[in-house]
Design a protein around this ligand. Structure first.
Ligand code: KG4
Ligand code: ZN
Length: 341
């Protein structure tokens, strides 16, 4: 460690992962500890907010300690504490925010509140040292589907968003309908590899006057209708074909709208982020489309696509160098808008 290194301890508890990380100088991940609650929530087919908050409380200290030990640092070596303060489940967010405030108060180190989606976008900086703004980023997670113009570090303009379900939500709902369980995204990803995406023509919704917006609720209903009608006719359902055809319909709109936005806004670089960015077919399609259109494509490794604290540490670093600190009155904001501080 050198004297001018900036070490950030980052905490993320917005949904069902209790996570802590130490990130040096923005892009060097010294530790990235994630305690997932997926096994617990599986029983209920989705995240149960009350259970999530309780589990965060149980795990948070242990996860932070492990992050510090793995990084080989003590709290004295830390320059700031970054924490997700929204959007997310309020009870879950509060655990991380309260913890970060307590550490900040006890150590007199600055506190930096981070927007969860800005964290997801920043995940792209970790493994791509050459990536610098401006670029277009498609954020696709369980709660969000946004097309964002990343103008500079910490400077964002939302140019497109979903009008109803998030892409990950559609994956999870369709997975449940075909009996795959929670979380559905990775299961649909895997099953689709054995299916034929051309079997069923599911709709690709577009919204008049909003070329970069998305809508997935019609697609979800179309899948449910298809399953019902097959059942009524006593015909056998090929789940792999349904999964592959559904996945293809989601990917088609995600890729075409992202490429259109990149061209319209004259961006040379395209990035994707969020849990659904871990989808192997989405990565392949987006990468191919970028190649065809002469665009650079960036995507984090799967571990940095789904919720983690390293991405929060990276986003916090760029706020740190701008001197954007939060007060000890920082609160959880469940519906925090991107770009707001
Ligand atoms: O970013 P994330 O971990 O949490 C939120 O901020 O929402 O995203 C979770 C979402 C879930 O809906 C999950 O089904 C989806 O990401 N997901 C995937 C894949 N891995 C996770 N969706 C499609 N393919 C995957 N391989
Ligand atoms: Zn997330």
């Amino acid at each position: 460690m050198q004297g001018n290194d900036i070490n950030i301890l980052a905490i993320e508890t917005s949904c069902d992962e209790t996570a802590a990380a130490v990130v040096r100088n923005g892009r060097d991940v010294r530790s990235n500890i994630i305690s997932s609650q997926i096994e617990l929530h599986k029983l209920y087919g989705g995240v149960v907010p009350e259970i999530a908050s309780r589990k965060h409380i149980e795990k948070i200290n242990q996860v932070i300690e492990e992050a510090m030990n793995t990084a080989g640092l003590i709290l004295d070596d830390i320059d700031a504490i970054g924490v997700t303060y929204g959007p997310g489940l309020v009870g879950a967010l509060l655990v991380g925010v309260a913890e970060a405030k307590a550490i900040s108060f006890a150590t007199k180190k600055p506190l930096i509140g981070v927007h969860h989606i800005e964290g997801h976008i920043s995940a792209n900086y970790i493994e791509h040292r050459q990536l610098e703004p401006p670029f277009i980023c498609l954020i696709v997670s369980g709660g969000h589907t946004h097309l964002v113009l990343v103008k500079d570090y910490g400077e964002y303009e939302i140019i497109g968003r979903t009008r109803d379900d998030a892409a990950g939500e559609a994956f999870d709902k369709v997975a449940r309908a075909i009996g795959l369980g929670y979380p559905g995204g990775p299961k649909i990803d895997k099953l689709s590899k054995q299916g034929n995406a051309d079997t069923i023509q599911f709709p690709r919704a577009s919204i008049e006057g909003a070329p970069y917006d998305f809508s997935f609720s019609g697609l979800k209903s179309a899948v449910l209708n298809y399953l019902n009608s097959m059942e009524m006719k006593h015909e056998e359902i090929n789940r792999a074909d349904v999964a592959a055809s559904f996945q293809e319909a989601v990917i088609d709109v995600l890729v075409s709208r992202t490429i259109l936005a990149a061209k319209d806004f004259q961006m040379k670089q395209v990035a994707i982020a969020g849990g659904v960015a871990a989808n192997s077919a989405l990565k392949r399609s987006m990468s191919d489309a970028c190649k065809e259109n002469g665009l650079e494509f960036y995507c984090p490794s799967s571990i940095y696509c789904t919720d983690n604290a390293a991405m929060i540490g990276t986003a916090a670093y760029y706020e740190y160098i701008k001197g954007n600190f939060s007060g000890l009155d920082l609160n959880a904001v469940p519906n925090l808008k991107i770009g707001e501080r």
